[in-house]
Design a protein around this ligand. Structure first.
Ligand code: FMN
Length: 310
């Protein structure tokens, strides 16, 4: 894939445009032609610094506008992307729409993975992080073994360092969870700052173990869920999205030989204030090496859990 370079008029699409990606050679270029309606929809989303989706008239292709990347999923599995900031500037200048550049908030999604992302994997960093081989082996990667041996901990061994590649895999695992309409209605705040961790302890009913080696706050972002349903449904979907993502991260942590504690007892308003966000937090996942490894807790008998309806 080349680099997105410009927007220019298209002689085949009056009032539309051509988006051009230039490769190393001239014949490496890629072009996407938008008609007037498609260009207007894209402009509207970018002008509002919003996120969303534009379906193209061929009924196969879509443009996904995310906070960081604009992704073009085109016919014949072709994929192109551009930084949202670059695309916004180019489109709004082309359409002569006045615009103040958005101050980009560095969400943890923009964290730099510890691994070298190979050129061919640039379009799919998630896969690259997940398939990357750490220096040390991964202790338990069989899913059912991970599930049946997982045990929460509230006592972390702070002398053992959680490495960056482990955090990368845990964060990447969150983004593999299913989400409503695949709109990924959640954000993860990866808290590295000691003072912020300390304040989160206060916001979590003074539970001291919230000050853990790795602290992830999962938040709901219903504004990402571009489905035409009432706000309460979108709120429910984003709560489910954030919860599932945290559950995937929790399992990933266990698979890496770490332990965690899920914190649901939080003062949402305090957490929002501490993180400087309007997004509602759903849970805090605190991760580290346990001081002691313990066997899993028992559960009710499966026959008491499952109601069979024949
Ligand atoms: C929705 C939810 C909220 C929770 N909130 C807290 C919490 O605020 N503080 C805490 O110490 N543990 C909390 N936990 C952890 C549970 O107590 C723990 O997962 C449970 O006892 C089962 O133990 P296990 O995870 O080792 O199987 C929460 C777990 C869930 C799923």
């Amino acid at each position: 894939m080349g680099k997105f370079t410009k927007v220019e008029p298209s002689y085949i699409s009056k009032d539309g445009c051509r988006l051009v990606w230039e490769g190393i050679d001239e014949d490496d270029s890629d072009v996407v032609v938008l008609n007037k309606d498609e260009l207007d929809s894209l402009t509207e989303i970018l002008a509002k610094n919003s996120t969303g989706k534009v379906e193209l008239e061929d009924e196969f292709s879509t443009i996904l506008i995310n906070t960081d990347l604009v992704q073009f999923r085109l016919k014949d599995s072709k994929y192109l992307e551009a930084k949202t900031s670059t695309m916004t500037k180019a489109i709004l200048e082309y359409k002569k729409v006045p615009h103040t550049p958005k101050i980009i908030k560095v969400y943890p999604k923009e964290f730099l993975p510890s691994i070298q992302i190979e050129k061919e994997d640039e379009g799919n960093q998630l896969k690259a992080v997940l398939k990357s081989k750490p220096k040390k082996g991964i202790p338990q990667s069989d899913l059912f073994r991970v599930m049946s041996t997982r045990r929460s901990t509230r006592n972390f061994d702070s002398s053992k360092v959680v490495e960056q590649w482990q955090v990368d895999k845990i964060l990447a695992a969150a983004d593999t969870a299913p989400t409503a309409g695949n709109f990924q209605g959640f954000e993860v705040f990866y808290i590295k700052n000691k003072e912020v961790k300390r304040r989160l302890v206060e916001a979590a009913n003074k539970q001291p173990f919230v000050n853990a080696p790795v602290v992830l706050v999962f938040c709901m972002d219903p504004s990402r869920v571009k489905i035409n349903f009432p706000p309460e449904i979108l709120a429910k979907f984003s709560l489910q999205d954030a919860t599932l993502a945290a559950a995937y991260s929790q399992l990933a942590a266990s698979a890496l030989g770490l332990s965690s504690i899920w914190i649901g007892m939080i003062d949402e308003e305090k957490v929002k204030q501490i993180l400087g966000t309007k997004l509602r937090p759903s849970s805090i996942l605190c991760i580290g090496y346990p001081q002691k490894s313990r066997p899993p807790k028992s559960r009710r008998k499966l026959k008491d859990l499952v109601r069979v309806i024949e």
